[in-house]
Design a protein around this ligand. Structure first.
Ligand code: FRU
Length: 486
């Protein structure tokens, strides 16, 4: 495609497909999704002039991974998003085959986007450019010529997804990269003026330091610090999406993963000194390439793509769209452990409430709904128990505690989602289980025991599948509060 036609093609595609997309009952209510076509990674998540900005990878022309642009939405509350015009299109020589992922920073009253321009020639040779675009109004972006051209020595041209921050007057970026030995790594760059960048070195990677075989490529790295709310200690986190990990029991069962390491970034060496194991940030079927930002309330908020590359045989494709982002979550460290909590704003969309407080033996219907929040507390149990959501003739999503295995299980076998395997996490000996669940038209996000574990999965129930029930094989005390979303 001639890159000058990109905007016209986008308009035509939207016009042609919008109506079909809008009729789909799987369209989400409170999740960012493309108006047509495919979306993937969140990009440039930031706050500028009083508004939250979310950009995201968007192919306006179809439901495959091509023609990547940066779609752009703004919000006052992280839940109601207004779509603005496409911020970046593949209409420059250095991004002609895709404006790939990246991040944003506000500096000197301007919003800067730092992203990867992707170029592929007919022979499949790749060029990668790390580029800036700058805006004074948060809506129109002036694009600068590439700042970083291709890769440093010893690496392949798989270098992308810069995440930028500023420390002591200097800019830094961590970038995902592949070594010539075909191993995934993260490298650090620095800049005095945001335009000219210097390669500092490799800070982490597969077969680098503590991590042995750890994938052939690391995508979308993110680096930030959190203060432990109990001990006051400052913790550094490196979040990344490694590709190529093999499943190990309940771990790494999606095609590609996302997780984090605790450690300490030594800028001088440079090195991310790892002090923990790699932990998957989400245990569900659909979570990848998240991005975080700190807002003006001092919260570290993270949003992921509710999807995984190459696991995309979704039934919405026939309706000309695929994928959405997760709901925003707040990250906290408490006593050395990472928690993910629903943002406070979630309470503002609570509508009609029902409550349930009973001893359950067997299965009991507690209500109906397709878009809602549910808070549950289970206690006094001595066998399997849980919830069944979006139940209908051929659909149900089961959230259950497997009493013998001491595992929480998400079961979406009944429905139109392609991957029917279970997802599980070990919780150990517990005497209570608390769940906060957000159900949208085609997704479920489950926060377990104050956000110690989270599961995000897309679900595709049949039309009208809206039953909610609670079950216990023998006995359980159950408290439920459910709010229909406004
Ligand atoms: C992750 C990713 C990034 C890349 C973008 C392209 O899902 O592959 O590494 O920049 O998506 O859309």
């Amino acid at each position: 495609m001639d890159f000058k036609d990109v905007e016209k093609k986008e308009e035509e595609s939207v016009l042609e497909k919008k109506e079909i997309v809008e009729k789909d009952f799987w369209r989400q209510k409170y999740h960012i999704q493309g108006i047509v076509g495919l979306i993937n990674d969140p990009n440039g998540f930031s706050q500028f002039k009083g508004k939250y900005h979310m950009f995201y990878q968007w192919n306006p022309l179809g439901t495959i991974h091509k023609n990547k642009t940066w779609a752009h939405s703004v919000s006052d509350d992280l839940l109601h998003w207004e779509r603005l015009g496409t911020a970046l299109r593949p209409d420059t020589w250095y991004s002609k085959d895709g404006v790939y992922s990246g991040s944003a920073i506000v500096d000197d009253g301007k919003l800067y986007l730092f992203y990867t321009g992707n170029v592929k020639d007919c022979g499949g040779n790749r060029e990668s450019y790390q580029c800036l675009a700058v805006s004074s109004d948060g809506e129109n972006f002036e694009r600068w010529e590439p700042s970083i051209v291709n890769q440093p020595d010893g690496y392949t041209r798989h270098i992308r997804d810069p995440k930028i921050w500023k420390k002591d007057g200097k800019f830094y970026a961590v970038i995902g990269i592949q070594s010539e030995d075909l191993e995934g790594k993260a490298v650090l760059y620095s800049s005095e003026n945001i335009k000219d960048w210097k390669f500092e070195g490799e800070i982490a990677g597969a077969n680098h330091g503590k991590l042995k075989d750890f994938g052939f490529m690391w995508e979308c790295p993110d680096y930030f610090q959190l203060k432990d709310e109990k001990t006051g200690e400052i913790k550094d986190l490196l979040v990344f999406s490694p590709q190529g990990l093999e499943p190990e029991g309940d771990l790494y069962n999606n095609k590609y993963q996302t997780g984090y390491l605790f450690g300490k970034l030594d800028y001088e060496k440079p090195e991310f000194e790892i002090s923990s194991d790699f932990v998957e940030i989400d245990r569900g079927h659909d979570f990848y390439a998240p991005q975080s930002m700190e807002d003006d309330k001092g919260r570290r908020i993270i949003v992921g793509w509710m999807g995984v590359p190459e696991e995309e045989d979704f039934p919405t494709v026939k309706n000309e769209w695929i994928h959405c982002l997760t709901l925003p979550r707040e990250l906290k460290v408490i006593n050395g452990r990472l928690y993910q909590l629903p943002i406070k704003e979630m309470e503002s969309i609570r509508g009609e409430k029902i409550e349930f407080n009973e001893k359950v033996a067997g299965e009991v219907k507690v209500g109906t709904g397709t878009t809602y929040e549910l808070k549950t507390k289970f206690s006094n149990f001595n066998s399997d128990f849980g919830l069944k959501l979006r139940t209908g003739k051929n659909s149900e999503t089961v959230l259950k505690f497997d009493y013998n295995d001491k595992k929480f299980v998400l079961d979406r076998t009944k429905g139109e989602q392609p991957d029917k395997r279970l997802r599980k996490v070990y919780l150990g000996n517990i005497s209570e289980l608390e769940l906060t669940v957000f159900v949208d038209n085609s997704s479920v996000e489950v926060f377990i025991n104050s956000g110690q574990e989270v599961f995000s999965s897309r679900i595709f129930p049949e039309k009208g599948a809206d039953g909610i029930s609670v079950f216990a094989n023998e006995n359980a005390s159950v408290k439920i509060e459910k709010w229909e979303w406004k």
